[in-house]
Design a protein around this ligand. Structure first.
Ligand code: DAV
Length: 373
């Protein structure tokens, strides 16, 4: 029996099988992309309201999330976002990339740890839930209760990748009791330091707070990623990597990829509002400020700022997927010698991410190198 072809195995059917060609191998955000997981919109639901959402959802959306907690997102918006995902998949395949999709899991089904009960969110953003470093894939212990079981949507893929020789591990399953949150969180006063809603009770992190630069893994502390989680990743990756913490001028940090975006060795896109000083590790890099977003105020953005326009996906050191209506971004890339590939994605943006968030680059050609000072 070919174990790679087998979807479900009885325990007594399992025989260890490690091929010599891991399907997971990705060291940077820009090496030539070979295989990618693209998220799905199936069964997307508003999460139950919880204090951990307040610091990261746009203020004008808090009422909507409280009102529609546990309900499905509007069907027409979900459909429009799904159609854009299909367009994105066709573009990627046309560029020679193998595209994989998660399996839908029910998001409205309540689940409980005993200490609390929740329902789910979606499987739209593989970038958040899974961290690929080299040939390893790590399931993240996510801080939102509504994302507790999100990686189950990827389990068929994770098993297949493991059988191909990839490393597969998971952060310690968090308890997510009240001790993990600053339940008294309020907006800090003007001039006060950023206040994060996660405590250091136990390790939590989202992969989207990390960026891969070969041997250097750059990470920010955020409202979902704490120091305990960063230390767990550091120890998990071991001596081949340097996990380096950076801090930006972001009062509501959650996910680093609308703040800085590496494009190629020596080329960095930054959010001009959040990065007044480029960290010294980027000494000698060309730095370009992202053009101001052009998303109109009337367009619903449930879970992100308009800077989601920076959330591009590099197919290699030249080709970059950019939102089709974002003319200033397309022009900036052209002027900088890149090859922008436009894709409609504004309806998907409504759900909190763009091309980087919607993908997990499981395999890129390339070897482990050093790029940072
Ligand atoms: O404005 O930084 C990024 C969200 C990515 N999931 C922001 C939101």
């Amino acid at each position: 029996m070919n174990i790679l072809m087998s979807e479900t195995l009885r325990p007594d059917e399992y025989t260890p099988h490690v091929s010599r060609s891991s399907k997971v191998s990705s060291h940077t955000e820009w090496d030539p992309l070979e295989e990618v997981i693209v998220g799905i919109m199936d069964d997307a639901h508003f999460p139950p309201w919880h204090s951990s959402l307040a610091p990261v959802l746009p203020t004008n959306q808090h009422g909507t999330f409280q009102k529609y907690a546990g309900h499905a997102f509007p069907a027409d918006q979900v459909k429009a976002a799904s159609e854009e995902l299909e367009e994105f998949v066709r573009i990627l395949e046309g560029e020679g990339v193998t595209v994989r999709r998660p399996e839908p899991i029910p998001q409205s089904q309540p689940y409980s740890t005993g200490a609390w009960t929740s329902t789910g969110l979606y499987a739209a953003m593989p970038r958040d839930a899974l961290l690929v470093v080299g040939d390893q894939i790590i399931e993240c212990p996510m801080a939102w209760r509504s994302r507790y079981y999100e990686t189950l949507a990827y389990r068929p893929l994770l098993k297949e990748y493991f059988h191909s020789g990839a490393g597969w591990t998971a952060g310690p399953k968090p308890e997510l009791t009240d001790a993990q949150y600053d339940l008294d969180w309020t907006e800090p006063a003007e001039g006060e330091p950023t206040r994060l809603v996660v405590t250091e009770f136990e390790p939590t992190f989202d992969a989207a707070d990390f960026l891969r630069f070969g041997r250097d893994i750059v990470v920010q502390k955020s409202n979902v990623t704490n120091e305990f989680g960063i230390e767990w990743v550091r120890r998990c990756l071991g001596d081949d990597y340097r996990v380096r913490v950076v801090e930006f001028d972001d009062p509501h940090p959650m996910h680093i990829d609308a703040t800085i975006a590496p494009l190629a060795p020596g080329k960095l896109l930054i959010n001009p509002e959040r990065v007044p000083d480029v960290p010294s590790m980027f000494k000698g890099w060309d730095v370009m400020a992202a053009p101001a977003p052009v998303i109109p105020d009337s367009h619903p953005l449930y879970m992100t700022s308009k800077w989601i326009n920076m959330n591009i996906l590099m197919l290699d050191e030249k080709r970059v997927i950019v939102e089709a209506q974002d003319e200033p971004m397309i022009q900036m890339f052209k002027n900088w010698g890149f090859t922008p590939i436009p894709c409609n994605f504004r309806n998907f943006n409504s759900f909190g991410g763009s091309f980087h968030c919607a993908t997990l680059d499981v395999r890129r050609t390339g070897t482990l190198e050093s790029y940072l000072d």
